[in-house]
Design a protein. Sequence first.
Length: 150
Amino acid sequence: MDIVVRATLAFAFVLFLTRVVGRRELGSMQPFDLIMLVMLGDLVQQGVTQNDFSVTGLVLAGGTVGLLTVLVSYGSWRFPRLRPILDGEPVIVIEDGRLIEGNLRRERMTAGEVAAAARQEGIGSLDDVRWGVLETSGRISFIAKEAPAR
């Protein structure tokens, strides 16, 4: 039972930590971010299992984390008011070609990161963007301005 409690606390801690740290798409992580994830995983594992290397400990810890993942997913689906807390909310970072500095600052993003994401989508200039939305996955979705009618 001790492992289940520790796994539950570790799950809550990691969920909280991911909300505090912010959104980063896995493909856009810097090497340091990836190393931090590996370290976090190792530290959490040590805190959950301590010196228990048994198969029972593995099943209890893994089962607890799996069950909590399903419960969080169900809670997000079933209770819309929990969704912003559990999944986050999309954030508008560009409106009519202009960066929204306050939102970028809050998400700890730079104009260069937004411009790079736009280039990856084939957008040459942010002036061509009607909306740029930082999705909960960490990706930025771009909606182009309509071309003027001829």
